[in-house]
Design a protein around this ligand. Sequence first.
Ligand code: GLY
Ligand code: MN
Ligand code: MN
Length: 463
Amino acid sequence: MFKKETYIARREQLRKDVKHGIIIIQGNHEAPCNYRDNTYWFRQDSTFLYFFGLQREDLVGVLDCDTGKDYIFANDYDIDDIIWTGPLPSVKKLAASVGVKNSGTLAELQDFCTNAVGMGRKAHYLPPYRSDNQRQLSCLLGIKYASVPMYASIELIKACVKQRSIKSDEEIAEIEKAIDTAYNMHTMAMKQAMPGRYEYELAGIMEGEAWKGNGPVSFPIIMTIHGETLHNHGHNNKLAKGRMLVMDAGCETAMNYCSDITRTVPVGGKFDARQKAIYEIVLAAQLEAIRIARPGITYKEVHTEVSKILAQGYKNLKILKGNVDDIVANGAHSLLMPHGLGHMMGLDVHDMENYGQIYVGYDERTRPSEQFGLGSLRCGRKLEKGFVVTDEPGCYFIPALIDKWHAEGTNKSFINFEELEKWKDFGGIRIEDDILITAKGCRVLGRPIPKTIDEIEETMSNR
Ligand code: GLY
Ligand code: MN
Ligand code: MN
């Protein structure tokens, strides 16, 4: 936990920004896996962590914008719990540890909310992403379950985005800690990426390294020789020479700050000529984003410039043809990268995505595109000092998509489909770092993880 003054200041700012009414911020509950007492790994809600910092399940925080009072509500544990869990602090003590002076039971929370609603006060809450929290809001506020998302507070979403988008020095230090653990995860796995090993063995090595850093992985590990499937979570393939292995994995610190790193390596440790050709194009694109990302430019513009580097590279290989600006304007290059350049990162690996992409990744001036590929850009808005975003271009030869575009003649004036046939067995490459927008540019966070061809070959030869 950060010191309590940090949470007090964040809550004070939130009340100031939302102005009137009450704000309800729900923590998460345990989620049963196959029966009540065998639960999934507990993950506290990130908004709750940001404003209250507490890890216990079933907590609800309330901020009263009109009186300036903050509350934590939950039921205390009794001896029947404690014999299983060990001693646990009271709700009052937990509240005090983060500077919250008022606490109460869940029954008292119900009374508090019923009163507030009865007085016609506005109750601000965020769109729930778990059904148990949606049900709790339905009961607390007397709103039909299905209607709860509809009444989520836009003022609260905007106020949370405003604060959480700008990472403080202490948050950046936590994120760098998560990236340093990701360094261990990635370099350990790289060294084992030899023919005959299985993807699940390497995924297991990574998961172990994450726990050695005292946190879980920040999302299910992507470890695949079929990197053309963007979020391939299967781990059953045997590594074979000639394949590129996409490793997209990060971890959380004990405070739940995340890392999200992708490296792609040749099975066996040596790039062949084809692999080098595509890798150099993706790497040049990834470095271009680092070169130009700065306050004032939109990430949509950075995505477009990066796309031009990719398009020029594919044109050199005769996969694409025509004018590079026209290729990009028409989205022809998106056949090989049907996703955006990156997303915000912080307490969530896709930071704040539960609030709604339109509020997190876009603003009044920068709107999402509907074009294939660019439409999947999760963060397009103007960059500001203190943002942490991922920079993750890739190249994917997706046979089904290539066949579809070929059959439909999509962008046929820019695509050399005959040449493309030769690449359909290639797989995919993605390279991803987490970058901090600084006063004049950006900085790649954390201990540098081998990324150039030479660095990767060198790391993989040192086993
Ligand atoms: N790990 C998923 C992503 O890079 O966004
Ligand atoms: Mn990733
Ligand atoms: Mn990512």
